[in-house]
Design a protein around this ligand. Structure first.
Ligand SMILES: Nc1ncnc2c1ncn2[C@@H]1O[C@H](COP(=O)(O)OP(=O)(O)OP(=O)(O)O)[C@@H](O)[C@H]1O
Ligand SMILES: [Mg+2]
Length: 237
């Protein structure tokens, strides 16, 4: 289909360490897919490779585009936006300024204001905090700002790196409810890296499991939820 993401034998090395050892994954347009796996498996490396922030080899296509030969800005403009691990908002800038920067990859247009308003509808707390420095926001508010900022580029595909990290259960639930409504309203595809597998499996269509730089399992969320070994290793039950 039009805007599928097809990862075929992607490798990443840092110096002598061969971190991603030929992973293959598919994300169909409109799908929510989760990438699970233990610390150090290469999940962040995968998202950075897809965003052009880390040099990767192999073949990755997004629709007709050949992603591994594109610069990060071009990848962003093609509709792929990353919400990085640790959020990556600009601490000294206000909530509002962070959102404006999120929209900067687009041509300047009056829709920027409309998009900010739309973000404030999804995340009312950000409107209450629009003049506040991002660094002074709570962890949950910062994560919401990071997601909203990524959405300001009007992505078709959102890459989320551990969105629930360090957040209280109630805030995590709130964040995932908002992601769900964003998915329904905007039809955005999502690739979500998570450690909180039980939670993300309620939301995702399919899952891949990455271990030591290789995909070791994949299936629909339903299949994964019924698999004993996966339940033990990744779903904490
Ligand atoms: N810039 C880098 N230079 C050298 N090694 C790196 C670099 N970035 C990551 N690594 C190594 O690559 C491996 C995979 O790291 P990565 O951050 O992708 O893991 P992860 O699955 O996201 O882990 P976590 O769940 O802890 O976030 C790790 O062993 C890490 O130390
Ligand atoms: Mg990581």
């Amino acid at each position: 289909m039009g805007q599928d993401l097809i990862i075929d034998d992607m490798h990443v090395s840092y110096g002598d360490s061969h971190i991603l050892q030929g992973i293959s994954m598919v994300l169909h347009e409109g799908e929510v897919v989760t990438l699970l796996g233990p610390n150090g498996a290469g999940k962040t490396t995968t998202l950075r490779g897809l965003s052009g922030l880390t040099k990767a080899t192999g073949k990755v296509t997004y629709g007709k585009l050949d992603l591994l030969n594109m610069k990060p800005e071009a990848i962003l403009r093609s509709g792929i936006s990353l919400v990085p691990e640790g959020r990556g908002t600009f601490a000294s800038l206000s909530t509002e300024e962070n959102l404006q920067l999120g929209g900067i990859s687009r041509k300047a247009d009056h829709a920027l204001e409309d998009d900010m308003k739309r973000m404030y509808r999804y995340f009312p707390v950000l409107e209450e905090r629009k003049k506040q420095q991002a660094g002074m926001l709570s962890g949950g508010e910062q994560q919401m700002l990071a997601v909203a900022r990524a959405l300001m580029s009007r992505p078709k595909l959102l890459l989320l790196d551990e969105p629930s990290f360090g957040l209280a259960p109630r805030i995590i639930e709130q964040l995932f409810d908002i992601l769900k409504s964003i998915r329904e309203t905007e039809g955005i595809s999502m690739l979500i890296v998570e450690q909180n597998a039980a939670l993300v499996m309620q939301f995702a269509d399919r899952a891949y499991v990455l271990e030591a730089g290789q995909i070791v399992l994949s299936g629909t969320a339903k299949e994964m939820q019924n698999n004993e070994a996966i339940l033990k290793s990744y779903l904490g039950s």
